[in-house]
Design a protein around this ligand. Sequence first.
Ligand code: B12
Length: 209
Amino acid sequence: MIDFEKLAAAMGELDEDTVKELLEAVMAEGGKEADKALEACQKGMDTVGKLFEEGEYFVGDLIYAGELMTDAVETLKDALVEGDGSGPKTKMILCTVKDDLHDIGKNIVRSMLEAAGFDVLDLGIDCPPEKIVETAKAENIKIIALSGVLTLALDSMKTTVEALKAAGVDAKVIIGGAPVSAEACRNIGADEWAHSPQKTVATCKAWAN
Ligand code: B12
């Protein structure tokens, strides 16, 4: 039995050895509980964020937390990702929106989409609306996924959706990341929103058909 509370706490405390040991135990058991392990790691990231807000952690700690989380995802990846990437290769765009540099969640979503058979054009981080519009037009893209973790990413998402509409791009837009909600989705004018990569994959699959 893996102690997920201990994993979340170890992540929050940036205790690399314990995190590594518990994640390896999850994989040694066949990875059945990789989803739960990812949730625990995210819970740990929330603790890191809280301690940063309270002035106990500094930017260096955020950077280290990001590295720990990236390693965690790498360890869990094979068990998290369902499918072998052999589905019909629908091309879509994924990026972290302008002014936001967080990409760990985006990269998880990309792995899941690719495993589900999507040909993901990853436009990276801090992606300006113009680049998204340009790529969507050039590649005749019908599905766009926007990621953002900062509160101000919601403004960038809104500007991006407005730019797509103004340019006449006929694509469905899904938004995701911690600050996203049903209300934000309505306000931004996106077609769908999600926190879980699983819901993202299901939504994009429905749009691709
Ligand atoms: C690691 C981290 C960093 C790292 C990021 C490294 C990297 N390569 O991404 C670094 C050090 C770069 C960083 C920088 C900063 N950060 Co930071 N960071 C974090 C931290 C601790 C974890 C983020 C993370 O990776 N979470 C884990 C991933 C897996 O979760 P996720 O992104 O939410 O993704 C999941 C879902 O949301 C979803 N999802 C994600 N994308 C998408 C997309 C779609 C389409 C869909 C459907 C779903 C989806 O799927 C994922 C898997 O389940 C958070 C705290 C937190 N609670 O998250 C703060 C946090 C996000 N950071 C914060 C801040 C303030 C900053 C800085 C401004 C700090 C500074 N003073 O410089 C800078 C901003 C830089 C910038 N312009 O972006 C604040 C944001 C506050 C706010 N409300 O805006 C937070 C919340 C911390 C806090 N509580 O204060 N940060």
